[in-house]
Design a protein around this ligand. Structure first.
Ligand SMILES: Nc1ncnc2c1ncn2[C@@H]1O[C@H](COP(=O)(O)OP(=O)(O)OP(=O)(O)O)[C@@H](O)[C@H]1O
Ligand SMILES: [Mg+2]
Length: 232
């Protein structure tokens, strides 16, 4: 469904993404992991259209979207959430969802609100709801319109281990029900191994491992990249 071919993107002299090739299969949850600064968010930016690569290409369902704007990609079915909460502080949750829905052809706001248990906070602003609920609003914004591919950049950031696992299980069930394909950036490896069908590991902008999570888990370079982290 998604093919990255030899993607490179540099911030000045730093190659944030360095010759990355990877394939995401339809209907899977594909984990994208790696240490801080590995280039995970930049990869998401290149797929969602927030950034354009220096070289290489992004293909979505066989179509070259490398130079396409982010809104056009969203209409085609590529949605994303952001690592930092990106909701508008002054708007109620209902208004935020309405803004997103207004930009899309087939908004299914009610279904998304139900699926993410957000009924109770629709009339509130982000400041009035809990952090976990704010994270779910962010995810809801990405899921409106039933995009075929959703890129989630650390949706559980800032949550406890238990909350992260609960959110990931909930997400896995939700996207499988809807037939959504997911690229998931996630720091808790326990969560990654629990829900991901396939894994790509980045380090310093490059792919160091890719494949079945259980194989990747045993890869010597991956273990080394994670050495000293509160992982595994
Ligand atoms: N706006 C920016 N300007 C300059 N350099 C940047 C910018 N954003 C990211 N970088 C650099 O690009 C590299 C990749 O960053 P990126 O945010 O993609 O990593 P990441 O894997 O998402 O890390 P994290 O786990 O901390 O979120 C890092 O070296 C980072 O310092
Ligand atoms: Mg990041």
């Amino acid at each position: 469904m998604l093919q990255l071919e030899d993607l490179t993107f540099a911030y000045g002299s730093v190659k944030a993404v360095n010759n990355v090739s990877l394939e995401v299969t339809e209907g899977t949850i594909h984990g994208l992991i790696g240490p801080n600064g590995a280039g995970k968010s930049t990869c998401i930016d290149l797929v969602s259209g927030r950034q354009r690569p220096t070289s290489g290409s992004v293909r979505f369902r066989g179509r070259d979207v490398t130079r396409m704007t982010a809104p056009r990609r969203r209409h085609l079915g590529i949605a994303r959430s952001f690592q930092r909460i990106s909701v508008y502080p002054e708007l109620t949750v209902a208004d935020q969802l309405d803004v997103a829905a207004g930009l899309l052809k087939e908004p299914d706001v009610d279904a998304v609100v139900r699926a993410l248990d957000l009924e109770g906070c629709l009339r509130h602003t982000p400041a009035e709801i809990g952090y976990g609920e704010q994270r779910r609003v962010d995810i809801a914004l990405a899921l409106i319109g039933s995009p075929a591919l959703v890129l989630l950049d650390e949706p559980a950031a800032g949550l406890s281990r238990e909350e992260s696992i609960a959110l990931a299980d909930h997400l896995a069930e939700l996207v499988r029900d809807r037939g959504t394909t997911v690229v998931l950036v996630e720091h808790h490896l326990e969560v990654v191994y629990r829900v991901c069908d396939r894994l790509t590991v980045l380090e310093q902008g490059a792919v160091i491992a890719d494949g079945d999570p259980q194989d990747v888990r045993r890869d010597a370079r991956v273990m080394e990249a994670y050495l000293g982290r509160s992982a595994a």
